[in-house]
Design a protein around this ligand. Sequence first.
Ligand code: BV8
Length: 232
Amino acid sequence: MRIVVLTGAGISAESGLATFRGEDGLWEGHHPADVATPEAFEANPTLVQRFYDERRAALTRVEPNAAHVALAQLESALGNDLYLVTQNIDDLHERGGSERVHHMHGRLRAAWCLACNERHVWEEALTDGPPCPSCHSSMLRPDIVWFGEVPYGMESIDQELADCDLFVSIGTSGVVYPAAAFVHYAIGNGKRTLELNLETSDTTSDFHESRRGPASELVPAWVEEVLSGRSG
Ligand code: BV8
C-alpha cells in the first residue's frame, strides 16, 4: 500500500514549537504578512532575518515527539511506499528518525544565496550578513518558501498523490495552499483520505475519516494499525 503523509505545524506543537495560527492570529508575535513574504524581507530584512534566527535557535531547545518517531517507524516498514511531505520548516522529522522528508516550504537549517543561487545547510544566525560559503557575498536569506513563492517539489508531490492508495493529513489547519488542496486532489483521484488533527480544520469535511486528538497519541495508534495490517 502506498501512503502520502502531509504534516503541518500541529505535529510539532507537542514538542514545544508554536503553531502558525495562534489565538490572535499572531505567530511568534508577528503577523505572517510582516515576516513571511518576499515583500517583508525587502522592506525589513533585519526583522525577517531575526524572526527566523530566533526560530532556528529554538530548534536546539526542542525534541521530536512520539508522532515524529512513529512516522519514522512507518518509513522503516514501508520504505519508498511512504512519501512524507511536510509544510514544517523544523527538523523534527529528521531528528525523529525519518530519512526521506520533503520540505515543501523549505527548512530553517538552510540558507539560500541570492548572489550565486547556492543553498547551504545553515545552523547560525543570518541577521549579521555572514558570507556565502561559495561566493563569499553577504546575500544569504532563509531557504524558506514565503507567501507568494512557489513551494518546492510540487511535481513530485502531485505524482505521489496520483500514485498513492491513501492520503493522510496530520496537524494542519488546511488554510495554506497548495497543501490544503492535496486532499481534494486525492479525492479526485479516488484515494482514501484520513485526517489526524487536534481540532476541526478547514478541510475536515473533505476527508473520508477524521480523528480528533493530539498527534502524539493519534499518530502512533494509526501507525500501529497500519503495521498490524488492521487498516490503512
Ligand atoms: C503559492 C514557511 C503559487 C514560512 C509557509 C487566497 C486563497 C487561497 C490561496 C491564496 C490566497 N491568497 C494567496 C494564496 C496563496 C497562499 C495561501 O495559501 N495563503 C493563505 C494564507 C490563504 N499560498 C502561497 O503563497 C504558497 N505559494 O501559492 O504559489 C503556486 C501554487 C501551486 C503551484 C505553483 C505555484 C506558499 C505558501 C507557503 C507559505 N510558507 N511556511 C514559515 O514557516 O515561516 S506557510 C505556513 O503555514 C507554515 O508552513 C505552516 O506549516 C503552514 C500551514 O499552517 P499549518 O501547518 O496548518 O499550521 P496552523 O497553525 O495553521 O495549524 C496547526 C494545526 O494543527 C491546527 O489545525 C491545529 O488544530 C492542529 N494542532 C495543534 N496542536 C496539535 C494539532 N494537531 C495535532 N496534535 C497537536 N498537538
